[in-house]
Design a protein around this ligand. Structure first.
Ligand code: ADP
Length: 745
């Protein structure tokens, strides 16, 4: 009787209860399988030596109940009470599970595994009279199994690859820690028990489903697919899978997968590299250390005319190098053997059709995995065009320098960052600096200290804004040992995109001009001062002449004869005219004395005041003055009033004897100016004198015909000049004149 048919043994015993007890007892004592029997209440009635040996104790007949063992546990380690052991279950009418694996502990602490085969013994009437149990020791098998699974666990846990078990429906049943890490799962529960499709790239899910079915259907296979980890990272996996018989009888999918992302990337980049090489505009050629060509891209074909079939296997020297340059190749090969690079070596090569071509060569050594130099890769660029451009550039630069050197000004150029990179000859002559000083700020060394900051600021502002630079400063003139005024100007030169690529600047000597301007300004100031005090001082004696001539007339007219009276009236008229003259002159000198920035003036108000001052002349001449809409503008109110008063006054004065005067005043906006006009229907002005009349003391009539000093229009021009405006007249003699002047908006 073997261990495996123990079930049959208990059946045999229960079937052959009619066997003599002695025979049965002998058989049971002899078998090496633990057997014990109980009465209907489970109390021990018999046990064989094998049972005592297995349980590690001497069971007590009549006292021990249900089982001979000391302590029992279920296979998962939970303790099992004796009254719930399989024998107890069988005797109390339950169905004891077949083939159950239990563990028991001996009093000495050692443990063993067994499978119980309990059977109930009945009498002829079928009443339960007792039970018999056979315990099969499975410790050895269990240990062997545990060892295998321990080994399996150790392998699975130590392998750096992903080991997983997938159910036919896609549920992930198991995954080792490296696999969890690849998925970015922080704990097994994040993926185990979940659908494996949660982490498979959408485009690969269908393929994986088919594969999973195939494996679960009992076939082996491999698959490449992408996973999307829980944190979104994609990885390329290659899996090798086999079917695995699961404990519950189903076939599942056991797989070992490794991450081939890097390999894929490398494949991708070598693919990319060959695409780059093929699409490059430069000829890319590789050769071995004997100069034999081993690869030849499309541009090489284009540049030199040979196809790759024609070129590969030939030497560079025989195919491309012209006769007179043959010595270059040994030199290049020698340098490569030493591991040196050849950078931008400009030379000439020969095409298939025999024509020569200017190229720039960059050659780098190629090493094998051990670092030994095995050949070279060379990039050849056609520089025919860039050579031509360079030559042209040099030519135009030479022309520019020639031009710049012939200029009387100092000319310089600067880089976009403002550092000066060129000065013309004139600069070196003036400063005495050495030709090597350029591109720095040495111009500051000869700048007047008072102008330094201002000039630096202006240049800095121009460079950062890209706006033209315009500033006056003084340079030290070493020859004359004095400061000279210059005006510095620079304009940015921009490329097609509007980016500043260079600054072109000049420094022009304006010292003479400055001096003349200064002198002129001083002379003007002196003149004004003189005219001012002279007219002031003249008023006093004039008043005396007038007063005394009037007193003379009043008190002594009766004692004067006719001629004396005539002379007296000349005297008085002369004094009055002189008085007006002095007054007008004073007005002229003071016309532009308002230096503070003008406030906004309403031209209607200025006109109103002027008309009020002219009310006498208007009334007397019966004139009609009309106006169009007038603006407000940033001009001193008195200035505007003086303009109106002089022009309207003249319109009344130079009226036609044939008609009553009509004057019209209006203003019109033209770009950045207001153009005012004062039109009359008077005697008009001969075009010949159109310019003349605005000069000081310029008159077209004698004081006998029309009174006046010839200062009015000169005042008008002076005022308009001050605002950088213009004044002019349009006239038709005999019909009238239009005076126009511009003022800023
Ligand atoms: P004044 O009126 O004191 O002579 P102005 O400077 O005002 O001096 O004018 C200069 C000259 O221009 C006048 O003498 C006159 O001949 C001429 N003139 C000025 N305004 C008019 C006008 N509206 N019509 C005709 N002639 C004019």
């Amino acid at each position: 009787m073997t261990l495996t048919n123990a079930r049959e043994l208990s059946a045999f015993v229960s079937r052959n209860s009619n066997l003599s007890e002695t025979v049965l007892g002998e058989i049971m004592d002899a078998v090496p399988v633990a057997i014990y029997m109980t009465d209907a209440h489970g109390r021990l009635t018999y046990f064989n030596p094998a049972a005592a040996k297995l349980s590690g104790r001497s069971p007590e007949i009549g006292t021990d109940q249900w089982c001979v063992t000391w302590k029992i546990f279920l296979s998962d380690g939970t303790p099992l009470r004796h009254d719930q052991c399989p024998m107890a279950v069988a005797l109390t009418g339950g169905e004891a599970p077949a083939g159950m694996e239990c563990m028991a502990e001996r009093p000495d602490g050692t443990r063993f595994w067994f499978t119980p085969y309990p059977a109930v013994l009945r009498d002829a009437e079928g009443r339960v009279v007792g039970g018999i149990n056979v315990l099969i020791d499975i410790t050895e098998r269990k240990n062997a199994h545990r060892e295998v699974s321990e080994q399996f666990r150790a392998i699975v846990e130590t392998t750096p690859q992903c080991v997983k078990v997938v159910a036919p429906d896609g549920t992930l049943l198991f995954m080792n820690p490296p696999g969890l890490e690849m998925l970015g799962a922080s704990c097994p529960a994040a993926v185990i028990g979940q659908s494996v499709y949660n982490v498979i790239a959408p485009e690969d899910q269908e393929r994986f489903r088919v594969f999973n079915q195939m494996i679960c259907g009992g076939k082996r296979g491999s698959l490449q697919f992408e996973i999307v980890g829980l944190k979104g990272a994609r990885r390329h996996m290659e899996t090798h899978a086999a079917p695995l018989q699961h404990a519950d009888g189903t076939t599942v999918h056991l797989a070992v997968a490794h991450d081939i992302t890097e390999r894929k990337r490398a494949e991708g980049s070598s693919f990319l590299l060959s695409a780059v090489v093929d699409s490059s505009d430069d000829a890319i050629i590789s050769k071995d250390l004997d100069g034999v060509i081993s690869s030849w891209n499309k541009s090489a074909e284009r540049l030199f005319g040979y196809t790759s079939e024609e070129a590969i296997g030939q030497t560079v020297a025989s195919l491309l190098i012209p006769e007179d340059r043959q010595e270059e190749e040994p030199d290049i090969l020698a340098r490569l053997r030493r591991g040196e690079r050849v950078d931008h070596f400009e030379t000439v090569r020969r095409r298939k059709n025999g024509s020569l071509i200017d190229i720039s060569l960059t050659i780098s050594p190629v090493k094998d995995l051990e670092g030994a130099i095995i050949g070279a890769s060379k990039i050849a660029r056609d520089i025919t065009e860039s050579k031509r451009v360079r030559a042209k550039l040099m030519e135009s630069e030479a022309r520019f320098r020639q031009l710049a050197d012939s200029m009387p000004q100092m000319v310089w150029t600067a880089r976009p960052d403002g550092s000066v990179d060129y000065f013309n000859e004139r600069w070196y002559e003036f400063t005495g600096f050495g030709r090597e000083t350029r591109g720095d700020t040495n111009w500051e060394r000869i700048l007047h200290p008072e102008d330094l900051q201002r000039t630096r600021d202006s240049w800095g502002a121009a460079v950062s804004s890209g706006q033209p630079y315009n500033v006056e400063y003084r340079f030290r003139d070493r020859r004359e040992n004095r400061w000279r005024w210059f005006i510095g100007r620079a304009l940015p030169v921009r490329d097609g995109t509007g980016k500043v690529v260079k600054w072109f600047g000049t420094s022009t000597d304006i010292d003479e001009q400055k001096r003349v301007e200064d002198q002129l300004r001083r002379a003007n100031q002196d003149l004004e001062q003189f005219a001012f005090s002279a007219s002031h001082d003249l008023q006093e004696p004039l008043r005396s002449i007038k007063i005394y001539s009037e007193l003379l007339m009043k008190r002594h007219a009766h004692s004067l004869d006719g001629e004396a009276l005539k002379f007296m009236s000349f005297l008085r008229n002369g004094a009055t005219r002189m008085e007006t003259l002095v007054r007008d002159l004073l007005t002229y000198t003071q016309a532009t004395r308002f230096d503070e920035p003008p406030k906004v003036t309403d031209a209607n108000e200025a006109l109103k005041t002027a008309l009020a001052n002219l009310s006498g002349a208007i009334g007397e001449s019966g004139a009609q003055v009309t106006t169009g809409p007038l603006p407000s503008l940033p001009v001193n109110g008195t200035h505007l009033q003086q303009l109106f008063q002089n022009l309207i006054g003249n319109a009344l004065k130079y009226r036609s004897p044939k008609r009553p005067p009509a004057v019209h005043v209006e203003a019109e906006r033209q770009n950045e100016n207001w153009v005012f006009s004062v039109a009359d229907n008077g005697i008009g002005i001969d075009p010949e004198y159109k310019e003349n009349i605005f000069g000081l003391f310029k008159r077209l009539h004698t004081s006998g015909e029309y009174s006046g000093t010839g200062i009015g229009l000169a005042i008008c021009r002076r005022i308009v000049d001050r605002y950088h405006g213009r004044i002019w007249v349009e006239s038709e003699p005999g019909r009238g004149s239009i005076f126009r002047f511009t003022l800023p908006v």
